[in-house]
Design a binder for this molecule. Structure first.
Ligand code: SAH
Length: 389
C-alpha cells in the first residue's frame, strides 16, 4: 500500500501547523527531524494518489524532487527577514513559498509579496493560511515553474529556494532584466560556499566567476539541516547577492562563451585547454565568421543579392581549414596566452580582471568565442538555461 512506502514523507497538516505553533510559542530551536523524503521516480504515480487522498485525510506528501524541505525555526525565519532589510514600500519576490512559513513574515514586513510556486497543493495551503491572517491583499501567487515564469518587477528576493534549481535561478536573477536591490537566498551550504569562493579556492568555478562579474555575494549565516522538515541530507547557508552598480563594459555573450571555454577543465592550464585541436578548430571557424560579418558591415556597396553568394563562399572556406592554417592559428592563440602571461595559469586561480584582460587580448586579435550568427536574437535567458540541471 502506498501509504507504507518506505521512501515517502507524509505529514499531517494539522500536526505540522501544531508543531510549528509549539515551536513559535517556545521560541526554541527545532531539533525534531522526522520523515523520509519522497523518491523522485515515484512522483507522478504518487502525486495522483496524494491529490485524491490528501483532501480527505488532511495529509501532505513532500517531494524530494521538488526540494520540499520546510524551514520551521521561527527565529531563523525572523533573522532572514531582518537581514534582508525589507522596507514597507518593497515588493518582494519569493521563489518556492511552500506552506508559507517565510511568506507570512515577509507579508508583515513588505508592501507586497509575489510568490512563485510550482506545486498547486502548496498554493492552496498558502492562500488559506494567508487569508486567515487577513494578509491576502498583499500576496500574488504565480503557480508555475520559476525557471519558466516571467519575473515581475520586484525590489528584493527573499527565499528558501528548492536547491535543485539553484544554479539556473541565481543566473536568471543576476543576469535578468529586472533591476533589484538584493537577493537573500537560503542555499545548500556547498553551493553557497562556491558562490562565496575567491580565485584560488578549490570551490571557485564558472558560476562564481560569472556571478562575480555583475554582483557581490555576502555570507549571512549557516542553517543546520535539523531546522527543516523533513530533515535533508545537507546543511544550508544564507547568502545575500547584491547586483553591482557598475558592471564591466564587456559583451556578455562573449564573456559567457569565453568562461565556458576557460572553465571546461578548470584545473587544466589555459595553455592545455586552448591548444586542444578541437578548440583551435572551433575558434578558427568563429574567427572566420566574425571576419566575414565585419566585411559585410563595412561594405558600402552592399547589395542584398550578393549575400547568398558570399555566405556560401565563406561556409566552404571555413569548413576546409588546412593544416598550415590550423598551425598558424594555434600559434596565434599561444602567442596571446604567452604575451599576457597566461599560458601556465589555471582559470580557477585568475581574478575577473585578469580574465577580462585575456578576453580583451583575444578579441583585439580577432579571436572570438561566441557565435554571433547562430545566436542572433538570444538574450540573457540563454545564460540561465546553460546552468539548468
Ligand atoms: N520556502 C518554504 C518552502 C521551501 S521548500 C519554506 O522555507 O518552508 C521549496 C519549495 O519550492 C516547495 O514548496 C516546492 O514545491 C517549490 N518548488 C520546487 N521547484 C520549484 C520551481 N521550479 N519553481 C517554483 N517553485 C518550486
Amino acid at each position: 500500500m502506498l501509504l507504507l512506502k518506505p521512501k515517502s514523507t507524509q505529514l499531517c497538516l494539522s500536526r505540522l501547523i501544531f508543531w510549528q505553533n509549539c515551536l513559535r510559542n517556545l521560541s526554541t530551536t527545532s531539533s525534531h527531524c522526522s520523515g523520509k523524503v519522497h523518491d523522485e521516480e515515484d512522483d507522478d504515480k504518487d502525486q495522483k494518489f496524494c491529490d485524491t487522498k490528501e483532501n480527505q485525510q488532511d495529509h501532505l506528501y513532500l517531494y524530494k524532487s521538488k526540494g520540499q524541505h520546510l524551514l520551521t525555526n521561527t527565529r531563523i525565519l525572523d533573522a532572514i527577514v531582518r537581514r534582508s532589510n525589507v522596507r514597507p514600500t518593497d515588493t518582494v519576490l519569493e521563489i518556492g513559498p511552500g506552506t508559507g512559513n517565510l511568506t507570512v513574515k515577509l507579508l508583515e514586513a513588505a508592501k507586497r509579496v509575489v510568490a512563485i510556486e510550482i506545486d498547486k497543493r502548496m498554493v492552496d495551503i498558502l492562500h488559506k493560511r494567508v487569508a486567515e491572517k487577513g494578509l491576502q491583499d498583499r500576496l500574488h501567487v504565480i503557480c508555475k515553474d520559476a525557471m519558466k515564469a516571467e519575473f515581475p518587477q520586484f525590489d528584493l528576493v527573499v527565499a528558501n529556494i528548492p536547491y535543485g534549481i539553484s544554479s539556473p535561478l541565481v543566473a536568471k536573477l543576476v543576469y535578468g532584466r529586472n533591476p533589484f536591490r538584493s537577493a537573500t537566498l537560503l542555499l545548500q551550504k556547498e553551493f553557497a560556499r562556491r558562490l562565496l569562493a575567491k580565485p584560488g579556492d578549490s570551490e571557485f568555478n564558472r558560476l562564481a566567476v560569472n556571478v562575480k562579474l555583475v554582483a557581490d555575494v555576502e555570507f549571512v549565516m549557516d542553517v543546520s539541516k535539523r531546522e527543516f522538515l523533513p530533515c535533508p541530507k545537507v546543511d544550508s547557508s544564507v547568502v545575500m547577492i547584491r547586483p553591482k552598480a557598475q558592471v564591466p563594459d564587456v559583451n556578455l555573450d562573449e564573456w559567457w562563451a569565453f568562461t565556458r571555454t576557460c572553465f571546461s577543465k578548470k584545473n587544466k592550464t589555459l595553455g592545455a585547454t586552448f591548444k586542444q585541436k578541437k578548440k583551435v578548430m572551433e575558434l578558427l571557424k568563429l574567427a572566420k565568421t566574425a571576419m566575414a560579418c565585419k566585411d559585410y558591415e563595412s561594405d558600402d556597396d552592399y547589395d542584398g543579392d550578393n549575400e547568398q553568394e558570399k555566405t556560401d563562399e565563406e561556409d566552404g572556406f571555413a569548413s576546409a581549414a588546412s593544416d598550415l592554417e590550423m598551425t598558424l592559428f594555434k600559434e596565434k592563440i599561444v602567442g596571446i596566452l604567452r604575451t599576457g602571461g597566461f599560458e601556465d595559469k589555471r582559470p580557477s586561480k585568475l581574478s575577473n580582471e585578469e580574465l577580462l584582460h585575456l578576453l580583451f587580448l583575444f578579441n583585439q586579435a580577432g579571436i572570438y568565442f561566441h557565435d554571433h550568427v547562430l545566436a542572433k536574437g538570444s538574450d540573457n535567458v540563454e545564460f540561465a538555461a546553460a546552468y539548468s540541471s
